[in-house]
Design a protein around this ligand. Structure first.
Ligand code: SF4
Length: 304
């Protein structure tokens, strides 16, 4: 049975927009059928490296807070170890032997990413203690708004004079779009529900650092009550679209009813590719899917 979708996060939204089929397989409650742990689906090495880089960033920041600084070699070692921890030993050994060049490439590009993150203005000000009041936040902390659990915590919260700055760091950023600002505003709605942060909207500034095309791009937004309201509406609309999508599968969880991605680049990095008709070419699979949809509509029409 397909249960109601009740969670919202930026990752879920990205997945929904980039590929509805991927969203259903990764996040819908019916995902048990396609769970990662059944060995049919494994997160790609790129996804694992992003996960490992995020953990490393938080750990390094916490160590900095405690007066411990990491050398360049330490960053590299931690990235390697982090990746190893993210996968089972058998897979790690396989990758080490069969894809060692790719593994080294991933580690070295993740290191470059971390180095350039530490060179962004915000990080330089944190590391040099120009920004003194800051803390790392827990992304697993959510707030409930009616029937939706909203996971949109910033990664770092810092205070400059009387302004609270909410920063989200996206290791796989996407270019700014019409909704970027409202997505960012969700962090303010989250912060206002946090007992340790202020209730006054104008006391916040929202920042995002997104890694796009080899650079960290900084975006900055100023909240207002109207934007916070619009952000809530955006989230409602998303969750509604998620539910419509899951319902479209019907009780048999028929994945052939779910649209595929519009872009081959999403397929290239998708963990579900081996379970998807698009593994043999996206364009051809979309034509086949259209004809399946056409036939099922036709059958329904003729049986009336
Ligand atoms: S391979 Fe492409 S179409 Fe299939 S689930 Fe992944 S992103 Fe979507």
């Amino acid at each position: 049975m397909n249960l109601l979708q009740t969670m919202w996060s930026i990752s879920r939204r990205k997945s929904l927009l980039n590929c509805p089929r991927q969203y259903v397989m990764r996040y819908s409650r019916s995902q048990e059928k396609w769970k990662y742990s059944n060995n049919l689906v494994e997160l790609s090495l790129t996804d694992l490296m992003i996960r490992s880089s995020r953990k490393l960033m938080l750990e390094r920041l916490e160590d900095h807070k405690n007066g411990i600084e990491w050398s360049s070699r330490m960053v590299q070692l931690k990235l390697k170890l982090g990746l190893k921890v993210e996968m089972n030993l058998e897979r790690y050994e396989q990758v080490k032997h069969k894809e060692s060049r790719y593994l080294n490439y991933l580690i070295s590009s993740a290191k470059n990413k971390i180095d350039s993150l530490w060179n962004t203005e915000i990080f330089k000000r944190i590391i040099s203690s120009e920004i003194r009041q800051w803390s790392v936040m827990d992304r697993k902390k959510f707030f409930s708004d009616g029937h939706i659990d909203i996971f949109c915590s910033p990664d770092i919260c810092y205070k400059i004079q009387n302004k609270w700055n909410l920063l989200r760091i996206d290791f796989q950023g996407e270019r700014k779009n019409a909704s970027s600002e409202l997505e960012g505003m969700a962090m303010v709605n989250w912060a206002k529900r946090n007992n340790f942060l202020p209730l006054v909207t104008e006391q916040y500034i929202v920042h995002t650092l997104k890694y796009i095309g080899g650079f960290w791009i900084h975006e900055k937004y100023f909240p207002s009550e109207e934007k916070l309201q619009q952000s809530k509406q955006l989230l409602e609309k998303d969750v509604n679209a998620m539910n419509n999508l899951v319902n479209k599968m019907g009780p048999l969880m028929d994945l052939s009813q779910i649209p595929l991605s519009n872009s081959q680049s999403n397929c290239n990095k998708c963990s579900f590719k081996q379970l998807c008709p698009a593994k043999d070419g996206l364009e051809q699979s979309k034509l086949e899917q259209n004809s399946i949809e056409y036939n099922s509509v036709k059958i329904r029409f003729e049986s009336k």
